[in-house]
Design a binder for this molecule. Structure first.
Ligand code: BGP
Length: 492
């Protein structure tokens, strides 16, 4: 019997806590060449075996290859299903919807000076439909998007000029949506730049590059851009709340061997590095020493330190899919992959079909760690499990694994809030409507309460259909998280 204290039955989440769902333009919208949208890095990421080389910045060409299938091009056709999709979220009772902006819908090459009206009009539809349903929009300004033209001409976030181009996007969005959007996230999973640098920063490496140096330089540019975006947001509308966003997940030491404990601390710091800057306002000493020692200190301009110090975020958001387990290189341990992170197999955990550990208590630990470190409101903006769904002959879809995963993670989150006292604004589960997987490009890795008829080869009608979990999540929201129980026959 575990001695972990947990909330009793029928305990709701605090008043004002927001429940909802999250998507990203490149995995959801489709319409990649409609209404003036320009080509983006995400459009060059094929499904299949070539994907990994592309998203890690080791691709050879910035043009489309007719032999490849690019799942982002049509996504799940949200572009033509906006009202239907948001109505489904509203039917579940969602109080918040997180979505991202496709940069090239607003500035097709990234260098225009006037925003594309059709691009803004598309996001008007999303924001206004949300508002009509009483759903709070939560906007990710950049979720793995970078205009290809900016990669071609200035090397993506290698270049400091990206800061101005990004701020121009922010200026257009903040002025256009002032009064209609409150919550903004500057960059999705900013730490992903170290693991998937083409997605995270439009970085393409050439032979001879010191890849780590290039990544830290690009990260510095994004961090300055994020701070300046926060400044701009507060100037344009003092009611805006600006958050950072990182891929979180506590790193456990594989054993209590001090070298394993030390290795785990380093993995945690790799993620916290970004948030230490975005939330505390300065490069932490451990990072400065590391960058100096390895001769990869990014070029910083006079005034950067002040910008970072003066414009820290209002809240901290993060994705949590799994914990990580880390061993020193001299410890013999089996390797696993999880959300583009390589970790060691944790013998106490079960794993999804894609090798991601399943660890609800790890969410509680993660929330506590982040709260202890920063003392700013938190927002869990991604959580969920990718599983294969089967449509039964009668058209119904049973998804007990998804319900159990979310029940256990919501319970852990509730415990972190109610028992441990962490301040959390809300929870948006990942992909409430099925969408394309970021890491693999598959459709068959599904997260949704709503099934989309689309397969890995690009076949299907895009028709939406509720799964068993749809009514379950609606019940969770209706009871404000007091009733997390599964339907009869599903309880385990
Ligand atoms: C995060 C990304 C999302 C999302 C999620 C699930 O890293 O922010 O875009 O895709 O992971 O990952 P996957 O789609 O690879 O299952």
């Amino acid at each position: 019997m575990s001695s972990v204290a947990t909330t009793g039955a029928a305990q709701p989440f605090p008043t004002g806590f927001l429940f909802g769902g999250a998507t990203a333009a490149n995995q959801f919208e489709g319409g990649f060449n409609e209404d003036g949208r320009g080509l983006a890095n995400v459009d060059l990421c094929p499904a299949g075996s070539a994907r990994e080389a592309v998203i890690t910045g080791h691709l050879s060409s910035l043009s489309l290859d007719p032999a490849q299938h690019y799942p982002s091009h049509l996504g799940v056709d949200h572009y033509h299903h906006v009202e239907e999709d948001i109505a489904l979220l509203a039917e579940m009772g969602c109080g918040v919807y997180r979505f991202s902006i496709a940069w090239t819908r607003i500035f097709p090459t990234g260098k225009e000076t006037t925003p594309n009206a059709a691009g803004l009009a598309f996001y008007d539809r999303i924001v206004d439909t949300c508002r009509a349903h009483g759903i709070e929009p939560l906007v990710t300004i950049c979720h793995f998007d970078c205009p290809v033209h900016l990669i071609d001409t200035i090397g993506g976030w290698r270049s400091r000029q990206m800061i101005d181009h990004y701020l121009q996007l922010c200026q257009a969005l903040f002025t256009h949506f002032a009064g209609r959007v409150k919550y903004w996230l500057t960059f999705n999973e900013i730490n992903m730049i170290m693991h998937a640098p083409f997605l995270g920063a439009g970085l393409v490496f050439t032979p001879g590059d010191n890849e780590e140096a290039v990544k830290y330089q690009a990260a510095h540019h994004e961090l300055v851009a994020s701070a300046l975006a926060t400044k701009l947001a507060h100037e344009i509308d003092p009611n805006f709340a600006v958050g950072c966003m990182f891929a979180a997940g506590v790193a456990y030491p594989f054993s209590c061997r001090p070298e394993d404990v030390w290795a785990a601390k380093q993995v945690d710091r790799d993620s916290y590095f970004f948030i230490d800057i975005q939330s505390r306002g300065a490069y932490p000493n451990y990072a400065l020493r590391y960058l100096e020692r390895n001769n990869i200190m990014p070029v910083m301009e006079p005034g950067d330190a002040e910008i970072l110090a003066e414009h820290t975020v209002d809240f901290i958001s993060f994705s949590y899919y799994n914990s990580r387990t880390t061993a020193d290189s001299s410890t013999a341990a089996e390797q696993m992959s999880g959300n583009l992170f390589t970790t060691v197999k944790n013998p106490y955990l079960e794993y999804s079909d894609w090798g991601w550990s399943i660890d609800p208590l790890g969410l509680r630990t993660t929330v506590n760690d982040i709260w202890d470190r920063y003392q700013k409101p938190l927002f869990v903006v991604e959580n969920g499990i990718g599983v294969k769904d089967t449509v039964n002959p009668d058209g119904s879809i049973d998804d007990p694994q998804r319900m159990r995963f979310l029940r256990d993670h919501l319970q852990a989150l509730k415990d972190a809030i109610v028992i441990d006292g962490c301040d959390v604004l809300g929870f948006t589960c990942w992909g409430p409507i099925d969408l394309v997987s970021a890491s693999t490009g598959e459709m068959s890795k599904r997260y949704g309460f709503i099934y989309v008829d689309r397969d890995d080869q690009g076949n299907g009608s895009f028709a939406r259909q509720k799964k068993a979990s749809f009514d379950w999540y609606a019940k969770v929201i209706a009871t404000h998280g007091a009733d997390l129980s599964l339907p009869d026959g599903y309880e385990v």
